[in-house]
Ligand binder design. Structure first.
Ligand SMILES: Cc1cc2nc3c(=O)[nH]c(=O)nc-3n(C[C@H](O)[C@H](O)[C@H](O)COP(=O)(O)OP(=O)(O)OC[C@H]3O[C@@H](n4cnc5c(N)ncnc54)[C@H](O)[C@@H]3O)c2cc1C
Length: 261
């Protein structure tokens, strides 16, 4: 049976005003609404489409505080079969490499995983590094920034979007895939799905349950630290040109001066 893991993260709602804490400049998560990251809804959708075509099960895996349960339930209400939640106070402020190490340990507690699907970049942390780090730690091939994916037996193919063009990637399972917002349109959970999600298996792991050493995670053990943060300066007002018959030329000159043409 195909075992697909989808990595889901709870993030502050992008519609709310997001702030950093004064003390350690980490994201202030308590004062804002939290949601399942939209890119992870697409990752869940990709996982569901794969098992709907090929059979198998989807397990949602999340590392996050207690209230991340809401995001996990959303993944379950969309159709994921079960979920694992790594939740431990010691994880607060964990950096990207340690997040990847912790997630790799959680994956190790699951039965023979074939494919891991993640978002290409979380809306809050935005390091865009966890999927690649996880693949490296597991020694699995990585197909990142996929805008389409197809599974053919034990071969996974993905179209990877870059600034220079689209690369066609192919790898044998097990593999790690990360998806961009172009991959699909995620389904809305149905009322039936929301009710069913309440009864689906959700196991909560503390650090020790996953064999994670507390000395490897948390702000105190992060390899990088945010030393200072400042709000982005307001955008300067635009430049208005009155067209006296030479508008086209002046716009072209302006764009050339900005090195845009
Ligand atoms: C001192 C310090 C404090 C920090 N505090 C915060 C903080 O308060 N908030 C914060 O967001 N970041 C914080 N970070 C950054 C931290 O590195 C990231 O949150 C986290 O490690 C993952 O990085 P990312 O969110 O940029 O993931 P990305 O690499 O951008 O995420 C890509 C994909 O990986 C998967 N993924 C990532 N994280 C998880 C997860 N936890 N569970 C399941 N899947 C996941 C998802 O599928 C996601 O779409 C802090 C870093 C340091 C050094």
């Amino acid at each position: 049976m195909l075992n697909v893991v989808v990595l889901v993260k709870q993030v502050p709602d992008t519609y709310s005003e997001r702030r950093l804490t004064e003390t350690d400049h980490a994201l202030d998560r308590e004062s804002v609404d939290a949601v399942l990251d939209e890119i992870n809804e697409r990752a869940v959708e990709a996982a569901l489409q794969i098992v709907e075509s090929h059979g198998g099960e989807v397990t949602a895996v999340c590392m996050g505080p207690d209230r991340a349960t809401d995001a996990i339930r959303k993944a379950l209400s969309m159709g994921a079969h079960k979920a694992v939640h790594l939740s431990d106070e010691a994880l607060r402020g964990t950096d990207a490499p340690a997040t990847a190490r912790a997630l790799a340990k959680v994956i190790g507690t699951l039965e023979a995983v074939d494919l891991i699907i993640a978002g290409n970049e979380a809306t809050d942390g935005r390091s865009g590094a966890v999927p690649a780090m996880l693949a490296e730690l597991l020694g699995w091939p990585q197909l990142t920034h996929a805008r389409s994916v197809e599974l053919d037996g034990s071969t996974v193919r993905a179209a990877r979007e870059t600034d220079a063009g689209v690369l066609q990637l192919e790898a044998e399972l097990p593999a790690v895939l990360s998806v961009t917002e172009k991959i699909n349109e995620p389904r809305y959970p149905s009322f039936k799905g929301i009710m069913a999600a309440k009864k689906k298996p959700l196991s909560v792991l503390a650090l020790a349950d996953a064999g994670i050493d507390a000395a490897e995670v948390g702000t105190a053990h992060a390899g990088s630290r945010v030393l200072a943060a400042a709000p982005r300066p307001p955008k300067p007002a635009g430049q208005k040109l009155d067209d006296a018959g030479d508008g086209g030329t002046r716009i072209a000159e302006y764009l050339a001066a900005q090195k845009l043409v």
